[in-house]
Design a protein around this ligand. Structure first.
Ligand SMILES: [Zn+2]
Length: 452
């Protein structure tokens, strides 16, 4: 990797991230960390002192954005993985402020290659904290709602994350304050469900918990803090298999979310782990299945061990499942894809996030599979790419900075050896990653992790 002052990618087919048809035989000129110009080779001269990357027969897209990550602790934080996978921006949706700010500073100083990090700091909780994530939460209530949002805004967060126990009225007040401070609000739901979140002003609902509002009465779980870890992630699976994903109630929920402009970040890879453990085809798992990944030997050994352990646990659990339980799980998975596709078809904004490194989801590379699963849910490859480029930038109020390839935008782009519109899995065929003007080769980044 090296800093390059002037750089040009010439002759590639450019998908600029706006959704416009690809521009063939195009030139992208980069100056420092910004895009200077983009257009046809005829109208876009290459400065004489520019280093030229030959893009003939190749494809350029904006750098990808993962809208739901957690950097957690140093052993679980692999910024090189994100870059190697073409993820040039991540949104951390829950972590300790000093950790995420520290990681960001390290990357911005150039001391370590990595993606641009936007963060929320701790997740805000109104009730009893769920023990598993208590270290990443801060408790607030109706007596200090605005003050807590202000404290995070003053600390420099890029967004606010509301967590499971936040009730509708508190959510509404937190959103009002956050919006007044120019911050979007993301929510993992439970005490505030579905349309209530949209009405409160939530900008994006995380995971598919938004559909929990439609759970049959007997399946409602009122107190998330009292759940054990299996139920915490698993209760949706108990009823989603017997649920009609095309019902009027579902469409009323879509309408409510869309009317309020609330986006959905379904984090499909998080759910795919269960049918995946049955051995079902849940997209390209070559980077996060320890039995197949070439990344495993590159990971710090504790992380590799955890990955292997988690998969073994899942496989063991799946092994013991009855035929009826397997059927139910498969129906639930199909319904999740149908719900996400239906929301998109109804006109809703879908965002691409992974929740890595939760449940052994490999940083960076899991986003490729998320895009693949979004296409299976019914998005076109172009729409899936927008879910990881322009739409995140719009939702975060950063459209002038990243998400599209245009003069003045950050020089974050990928050079692919195959067309991602022909097959979305080609988003993983990355020859070069350019992040804020610096050029990286994926293999080199991963090798650096081993020796570094
Ligand atoms: Zn998360």
């Amino acid at each position: 990797m090296r800093e390059i002052h002037r750089l040009a990618v010439s002759g590639a087919t450019v998908l600029d991230g706006t959704g416009r048809p690809p521009l063939e035989s195009a030139t992208v000129v980069i100056e420092g960390d910004r895009v200077a110009s983009v257009g046809s080779a005829v109208t876009t001269p290459i400065p004489p002192d520019a280093t030229i990357i030959d893009g003939k027969g190749k494809f350029v897209t904006p750098g990808l954005v993962d809208m739901h990550v957690h950097v957690y602790t140093p052993e679980k934080w692999h910024p090189e993985f994100f870059l190697a996978a073409g993820v040039t921006t991540v949104l951390d949706l829950g972590g300790q402020l000093h950790d995420v700010a520290g990681y960001r500073a390290l990357i911005e100083s150039g001391a370590r290659p990595g993606p641009r990090i936007l963060f929320t700091g701790p997740m805000l909780e109104e009730g009893e904290l769920y023990a598993g994530f208590a270290g990443f939460c801060r408790r607030f209530d109706s007596t200090n709602t605005e003050a807590e949002v202000d404290a995070l805004a003053d600390a420099g967060v890029d967004a606010i994350k509301l967590y499971v126990t936040v009730r509708p009225d508190t959510a509404r007040r937190a959103c009002a304050r956050a919006h007044a401070r120019g911050l979007p609000v993301f929510m993992h739901q439970h005490a505030t469900w579905g349309v209530e979140a949209a009405l409160a002003g939530i900008d994006s609902v995380e995971h598919v918990n938004v559909f929990g509002q439609l759970a049959p009465q007997g399946f409602w779980l009122a107190e998330p803090a009292k759940l054990n870890p299996f139920e915490y992630g698993g209760w949706l699976w108990r009823w989603l298999g017997d649920f009609d994903p095309r019902s009027d109630a579902v469409h009323r929920l879509y309408d409510g979310l869309i009317a309020a402009g609330t986006a959905l970040d379904p984090t499909l890879v998080l759910y795919a782990a269960r049918p995946g453990a049955l051995g079902d085809d849940v997209g390209d798992t070559s980077m996060d299945d320890p039995e197949r990944t070439k990344a495993l030997p590159l990971l710090p050994s504790a992380v590799g061990k955890e990955l292997v352990g988690r998969w073994a646990e899942r496989r063991a659990a799946a092994h013991g499942a009855s035929e009826a339980a397997r059927h139910r799980m498969r129906r639930a998975w199909d319904n999740i894809l149908t719900l996400v596709g239906g929301f998109h078809r109804a006109g809703g904004m879908v965002l691409a996030g992974t929740d890595c490194p939760n449940v052994a989801i490999v940083s960076g590379f899991s986003l490729h599979r998320e895009l693949e699963l979004l296409v299976r849910a019914g998005l076109s490859p172009m729409e899936a790419i927008l879910a990881a480029t322009r739409r995140p930038a719009e939702r975060l109020g950063k459209r002038e900075l990243f998400g599209t390839i245009a003069p003045g935008r950050a020089a974050d782009l990928l050079l692919l050896t195959a067309d991602p519109l022909a097959d979305i899995r080609n988003i993983g065929r990355i020859e070069r990653v350019i992040a804020r003007g610096a050029v990286y080769e994926p293999d080199q980044l991963l090798r650096g992790l081993r020796t570094g």
